[in-house]
Design a binder for this molecule. Structure first.
Ligand SMILES: [Zn+2]
Length: 370
């Protein structure tokens, strides 16, 4: 099977077994390999390339994360919430007919249909050959990117439309808005305005590290260090840790807590009080104690969240430059190495709020929480 030689013909050959709809040796092999159990590895390589492409697009970081979530089907549509054990009525609020999964919300719902038919982009929301939302999104972004480059306005409009559907869905669920087509249009309009502003901002170029692309809840490009035996991937057991320090009294408190319950881990936490000479010591101590605690619980893997940039950059250097935490770093690395998977990930401050609260309490009350 081959593509027509001339561009003047209206007809085109369609290879339905691959999202590119083009038959090449590669896509043919892709189809054949499905039956041989090779699909997963083929897909992963291609998906990783695609995520790298998303990260190179000139779009707002929140859009990158949004696309990345869509790509991993990690968006909080009702079907996904129910899958995580949250009790919800899974039917779509807009049409009241079908289950609200991500395919429905962004492609098949009557509202999505209206949005795509209304759009100046030629989007076939229900074209066959795309088994998942991921394949469908990938198809259009690759198309626009290959034709217009990384500054593609069509790409931006496509993402704005997905964003608009998502925002109006949230307005419908949380603000009792009707979430009609006019609201979606408004959101798309606002999103495009934001995009224009973003494009004209002067920003330092940040080189993002994209090593682990396979985790459904944490976007790539975050600062982390792998300490365990495996040097890639994140563990599902997520714990936040934080330290609190009083400069006047040099007293310190530390806290840690299991992050959330998505993976069926019960909520658990701990904290201690003591002394520290610097704030970074309390941060490092919090990480160390959280690791020891997880180890004592028999965990083979952990993803530890810390808001300390200083700790992270010291952990990633060998040996750490901060002499005041040299022994703590050594111990953290030793305990970390005893796990199969152990990663310390730098997160924003608000993501370790629970651990921070515990640390402050332990500091103020000079008490332990064990
Ligand atoms: Zn619907």
């Amino acid at each position: 099977m081959e593509l027509p030689q001339s561009n003047e013909e209206d007809d085109f050959l369609y290879w339905k077994y691959h999202p590119s709809v083009r038959y090449t040796v590669k896509t043919g092999y892709h189809y054949l390999s499905k039956d041989w159990g090779l699909e997963r590895s083929t897909f992963l390589a291609r998906d990783q390339e695609f995520v790298k492409l998303i990260w190179r697009l000139v779009i707002q970081p929140k859009w990158k994360v949004f696309l990345w979530r869509l790509f991993h089907d990690g968006i909080a549509v009702k079907f996904n919430l129910a899958r995580r054990g949250i009790r919800v009525d899974e039917v779509c609020d807009h049409c009241g007919v079908d289950l609200e999964d991500s395919q429905h919300l962004f492609r098949f719902c009557i509202l999505a249909k209206e949005v795509w038919e209304d759009s100046s982009l030629t989007i076939f929301h229900d074209s066959p050959g795309f088994n998942s939302l991921k394949d469908w999104i990938q198809h259009y972004i690759l198309l626009f990117n290959s034709e217009d480059g990384k500054h593609s306005n069509r790409c931006a409009l496509f993402i704005s439309s997905l964003w608009g559907l998502w925002k109006s869905r949230n307005a419908r669920c949380f603000k009792d808005d009707t979430g009609s087509i006019s609201l979606v249009r408004e959101f798309i309009h606002l999103a495009m305005d934001d995009h224009e502003t973003f494009k004209h901002q002067v920003r330092p170029s940040i080189v993002l590290e994209v090593n682990d692309l396979d985790h459904p809840t944490i976007p790539p490009g975050y600062n982390y260090g792998h300490l365990g035996k495996e040097k890639s991937g994140f563990d599902d057991f997520i714990v936040e840790a934080d330290g609190s320090w009083d400069k006047k009294t040099t007293r310190a408190g530390i806290g840690w807590a299991i992050k959330d319950n998505h993976h069926g881990f019960g909520l658990d936490q701990g904290g201690k009080h003591g002394a520290a000479a610097l704030v970074i010591q309390s941060e490092a101590w919090a990480c160390l104690e959280a690791l020891k605690w997880a180890r004592a619980k028999g965990r083979q893997g952990i993803l530890l969240l810390s808001d300390s940039l200083g700790l992270l950059s010291n952990l990633r250097m060998d040996p750490g430059k901060e002499i005041s935490i040299a022994w703590l770093l050594k111990e953290i690395k030793e305990v970390g190495a005893s796990f199969q998977r152990c990663t310390i990930l730098k997160v924003q401050r608000d993501q370790v709020q629970k651990a921070d609260d515990i640390a402050k309490k332990c500091l103020v009350n000079s008490s332990n929480l064990l």
